[in-house]
Structures are given as C-alpha cells and as structure tokens.
Design a protein around this ligand. Structure first.
Ligand code: PGA
Length: 250
C-alpha cells in the first residue's frame, strides 16, 4: 500500500548519454502509457532543451542547480533557466556532488530553497557511506541531512519535494540494499518527517536509489514506504528503464 502516493521513476544519466540516445528514449516513451507512475529523465544540461516535449510520458529534470539566482557565477545554471527550458524536477544533493564538489548539508539545503523558488520539484538525495552503515549510525546520519533542509526551508515545503534514499555503498556497485534494508530506512525517514508534520510525511514520495535494475525493481517498489526509484546505470538503456517504469506502474 502506498496510500495515494503516485510512484516516480527518475533516470539519472549522470555525465553519460548522447543526442542519439535521447532520441531513442523519446521515440520509445512517446508510445507508452502509464497509470500510476511518473517517468522522469534527468540528462546532462546540454540535452535538456532537446529533451523537452509536450508528451508527459517522459517528464524532464536536471541533475543540479546553482544556489544563486543569477549573476557572476561562471559555469553555473540557475533554477529559473531550468524551468524556462521545460524542467519540472531537479536532483539536489546527489552523493556524487556531495563528495566530488564538497556540497555540504547546508549548501544542499540552499539549493533545495532555490529549486522551490523556481517552481522546480527538488529530488533531495540522502544516504550514508559504507563506513557509517558499518558503525550502524546511518539513521542519525540521514536525520542530519534531512534536518539541514527542514531548518532552512521549513517542513511545509516538503509537500513540494521528493526525497531519494541512496545508500552510497549501493550506487553503481551492483550491491543493492535488500528490500528490507530499503524499507527500514524509508520508514525511518517518513517517521522522522511525521514528527514535524504527519500529513506531509504521509504524502511525500520517497524514492530508493542504488543499483536498481529491471530484475530487482518490483521487489523494492513493493515495499510500503518505497514510492519509486532513482536509477543511474540502468537508465542508460531505454528498454531497461522502461521495464523499471512498468514495474512501478501497478
Ligand atoms: P546506480 O545509480 O543505479 O547506477 O547505482 C543510482 C544513482 O546514483 O542515482
């Protein structure tokens, strides 16, 4: 049971893909119909304009945005610009950005704020590295990541965002969290948010990410607090990504 939460399956191409691959996705998804899942593609910035379309079988998101509105920030892209080219969503605080670009909990919160100001739906990524899981402090680690955002934007804004739980040790490793491990953390996140606002906690979508493939997707999505997935590697294969979207469309 997922209450009335519609599932969301988001493909994160990271720094991969090409225009021909985008074209394959567009052709395949133009003829699909989904009932209870939003399918979302987050390609790199240069492909966003070409990826925008009128069909809503493949919605559009970016992988990052600036914490600033505009101005002298060479190489940065604002939320307004993303909105202008047709993005509805933006991934914020992916673990690769937290580690490669030293994005702190506070900076991630600022980016969530910018996304909301630009009428984009932030997909706020949280999740623990392996050593934190090994010492069994992952729940406190995730609580701190959530708290930074709650403190800056307020719990009421969580009605406008999506949370993605991505254990860092499961990203790109082929080592998926078991459905039970995912459910434990998803239930913790929902419970944590419910202490702030019960109704918002019940409505917020919580995605699982980390080595989701077409053969493990259905089991993960069947967990009561898993409302879809954030898909890296498997989102580069149109048929595999479609199969994952279909696994969520129940
Ligand atoms: P993966 O990546 O599916 O390749 O593990 C997930 C992600 O980083 O969003």
């Amino acid at each position: 049971m997922h209450n009335s939460r519609k599932q969301l399956v988001a493909g994160n191409w990271k720094m991969n893909g090409s225009l021909p691959l985008l074209n394959q996705f567009q052709q395949l998804f133009a003829v699909q119909q989904f009932n209870n899942v939003d399918a979302l593609l987050c390609p790199p910035f240069p492909y966003l304009i070409s990826a925008a379309s009128d069909t809503n079988t493949l919605r559009l998101g970016a992988q990052n945005l600036s914490e600033h509105n505009s101005g002298a920030h060479t190489g940065e892209v604002s939320g307004e610009m993303l909105r202008e080219v047709g993005c509805e969503f933006v991934i914020v605080g992916h673990s690769e950005r937290r580690s490669d670009n030293q994005e702190s909990n506070h900076l991630v919160a600022e980016k969530v704020q910018q996304a909301l100001n630009s009428q984009l739906i932030p997909i706020l990524c949280v999740g623990e590295p392996e050593d934190i899981r090994d010492e069994n402090s992952h729940l406190a680690y995730i609580a701190a990541q959530l708290n930074a955002v709650i403190k800056l934007v307020g719990i009421s804004e969580f009605s406008q965002l999506v949370v993605a739980y991505e254990p860092v040790w499961a990203i790109g490793t082929g080592k998926t969290a078991s459905p039970e491990q995912a459910q434990e953390v998803h239930a913790f996140i929902r419970d944590f948010l419910s202490k702030e606002d019960l109704e918002i906690a019940q409505s917020v979508r919580i995605l699982y990410g980390g080595s989701v493939k077409q053969d493990n997707a259905a089991q993960l999505f069947a967990q009561p607090d898993v409302d879809g997935g954030l898909i890296g590697g498997a989102s580069l294969d149109p048929q595999a990504f479609l199969a994952i979207c279909q696994a969520a469309d129940v």
